[in-house]
Design a protein around this ligand. Structure first.
Ligand code: ADP
Length: 416
């Protein structure tokens, strides 16, 4: 069956031409605009193309010129069909690469015959003495259109950057505004918890001290979330400034574990801290940020490992870098997701099943944790990646997160 691609954006014309040509036994495919016309022509390889000139995106002339460069479409008949009947329109269509020109409104009786004539090889030509002038005019028009498009894109891009900056400024500002009162609340809660006059015990369900402890955990969780949102915005905007100091990785890990063990539901997990950690040298880095990165990675290991599992943390020096790894015996990560989990807002689970917790088994988060961890490690000149044999809630293949950070120059040279 002879296949005809009709490039046209008005539905009435599409319907009319489709009806006439289908009645003649042709198979008609429609493209609505210039870019999709190129894609469809490439995949459908039609026997003839009817090209409306005034279409969105690239116009019919430009699409024709482009189609002529596609392998297999160099010689396919392309016929301009358009209402534009200004002097020179026919020649413009021909120099752009069309074989001929059918004026709109189409003559219903004549149309099938006109189409057939192009199918059997009709080809109109521009008078040789006019050809150069029309080509020159076409060239100039193309360059002008290109200039207009580049200007439009530049303007749109500037606008996008402006909006993006406003958004990230807002998030950073909102993050700071939220953090300040939270710090005060957290501080007062600790003072209250340290006050012996508060009755009850932290483990005594329902006692004032137990309630206060719960509030304190919720506040801590809230500030971690705000911290992640703030960090991801700073990382995005390339504004994550590091306050470099000598860093004891082992103490950071101890502090993260202490902090994580102390809040959230009590989990039955074994923490296996390898002997390599104590031997790690002091490195140069921002301890607060590294704490956050390790907190996010280790809390994930806890979250995605069921009770009874083991979380192994160890490290060693490799060249001028420290290599740390956090290995769990949890649900694991599907191979095709390993590259995506570091994207911001990326969560593997169905959002409808979302449960918010930083330590409960499979307690969900915002999907920012790993993006922040990666941003922080990379800001230190390091690398963060994950390995896993796949996701399986029964076999529990586990995951390993690897962190490489340069040792750097932890002590100012005048003190060495
Ligand atoms: P979330 O806040 O959802 O934990 P993260 O950025 O920390 O977001 O992690 C992104 C996703 O990567 C998680 O939703 C989870 O599916 C997967 N993931 C991260 N760490 C682990 C792990 N140790 N084991 C299994 N899956 C993990």
């Amino acid at each position: 069956m002879t296949k005809i691609l009709y490039v046209e954006d008005t539905p009435e014309s599409q319907r009319l031409v489709q009806r006439i040509l289908a009645a003649e036994g042709f198979d008609v495919v429609i493209a609505e605009d210039g870019i999709s016309a190129i894609e469809i022509a490439r995949t459908e390889m039609p026997d003839l193309i009817l090209m409306d000139i005034n279409i969105g995106g690239l116009d019919g002339y430009e699409v024709t010129t482009r189609l002529r460069t596609i392998q297999g479409l160099e010689d396919v008949p392309i016929v301009a069909v358009t209402a534009a009947t200004l002097a020179g329109d026919r020649e413009r269509a021909l120099v752009a690469g069309c074989n001929g020109y059918i004026a709109k409104p189409i003559d219903v009786d004549l149309f099938p015959q006109q189409v057939r004539s192009y199918l059997v090889g009709k080809k109109e030509e521009v008078r040789p003495e006019d050809k150069e002038d029309y080509l020159l005019e076409y060239n100039r028009r193309l360059v002008k259109r290109l200039e207009d498009k580049v200007r439009e894109l530049e303007k749109a891009n500037e606008e996008l950057q402006r909006v993006e900056k406003m958004k990230s400024d807002f998030v950073i500002l909102a993050g700071h505004e939220l953090r300040t009162p939270l710090t005060v609340i957290y501080g007062y809660l600790q003072i209250l918890l340290a006050n012996p006059a508060i009755p009850g015990d932290v483990d005594q369900e329902g006692s004032p001290r137990h309630l206060l402890k719960n509030v304190s955990e919720a506040v801590e969780r809230l500030s971690q979330v705000i911290q992640d949102i703030l960090n991801v915005s700073l990382i995005d905007a390339n504004r994550l400034d590091l306050a470099h100091e000598p860093v004891f990785i082992n103490s950071i890990i101890q502090s993260v574990l202490h902090n994580l063990r102390n809040f959230g539901p009590q989990r039955q997990l074994i923490f296996d801290l390898g002997g390599g950690l104590r031997k790690l040298p002091v490195i140069e880095g921002d301890p607060r940020r590294l704490h956050q990165a390790l907190w996010n990675i280790i809390s994930n290991a806890i979250k995605y490992t069921p009770d009874g599992g083991t979380i192994t943390i160890d490290g060693r020096v490799e060249g001028d870098e420290v290599h740390l790894w956090v290995k769990d015996t949890g649900v694991g990560i599907p191979a095709d997701e390993l590259g995506h989990i570091f994207e911001r807002f990326y969560v593997l689970e169905d959002v409808a099943l979302h449960r918010s917790s930083k330590t409960a088994f499979k307690g969900g988060g915002l999907g920012l944790g790993l993006a922040v961890a990666k941003g922080i490690i990379e800001a230190h000149g390091g690398t963060l990646w994950a390995e896993s044999e796949g996701y399986d809630e029964e076999k529990l293949p586990g995951s390993t997160f690897h962190i490489l950070v340069p040792i750097g120059n932890p002590l100012p040279t005048d003190r060495v």
